[in-house]
Design a binder for this molecule. Structure first.
Ligand SMILES: [Zn+2]
Length: 198
């Protein structure tokens, strides 16, 4: 579903090819970028432009790029993922999902603590959302809530190759630096976090 903030914008659809496709593709990319407005950082924008350029040059369809989420959407997505892991594999699976996704440090333990308190009825989703919104506001880690992370789909070898080329060229041209890459399996996508390269 598309919404103003969680924009799973589909830039795909260009048939393999033709450099002539680069015109309309570039226009769609620019339209998507301007629809994102301020929350998207300049180096994140430069990544999407470079990805479109590489895809057009290689004659490959532009992958789908999903970008910004509000802190509330992100807090909800995290909680839902935890609940669905738990539903499939019990309490250990819920905990396992948190640690596999967020490491085993203080942050992961804090997140898990919030989820467990919600479960016991000692806290509400709003308590978790408020904590998370305050956390992302001061965090410098690239994320969907600060315009410095993307999900790219489909998750395939061809798309992985496009991403690798985009990152190599972007780094060389000092457009952006890869800060975080994850090959996510559920749902299948590549997660990319960026920071400025200078
Ligand atoms: Zn992501």
């Amino acid at each position: 579903m598309l919404s103003a903030l969680s924009a799973a914008v589909v830039l795909a659809g260009a048939p393999p090819a033709q450099v002539a496709q680069a015109g309309p593709l570039a226009q769609r990319v620019e339209a998507w970028l301007s629809s994102k407005g301020k929350p998207l950082t300049d180096y994140a924008k430069s990544f999407v432009r470079k990805l479109a350029e590489v895809a057009a040059r290689e004659g490959a369809p532009m992958p789908h790029v999903a970008g910004i989420r509000s802190p509330r959407d992100q807090a909800k997505a995290m909680h839902n993922n935890y609940l669905s892991a738990q539903k499939k594999g019990g309490e250990a699976a819920g905990r396992g999902w948190v640690f596999a996704t967020y490491g085993k440090g203080v942050y992961a333990k804090t997140v898990l603590g919030h989820f467990e308190r919600i479960e016991k009825g000692e806290a509400t989703f709003d308590d978790w959302h408020q904590y998370f919104a305050a956390y992302v506001k001061k965090s410098r880690i690239p994320s969907h809530t600060n315009g410095r992370a993307f999900d790219v789909t489909p998750r395939s070898d061809a798309v992985r190759k496009l991403i690798d080329m985009t990152i190599a060229e972007g780094t060389r041209e000092k457009l952006f630096k890869l800060a975080d890459f994850a090959d996510e399996k559920s749902p299948p996508h590549f997660h990319i976090g960026l920071s400025a390269s200078h």
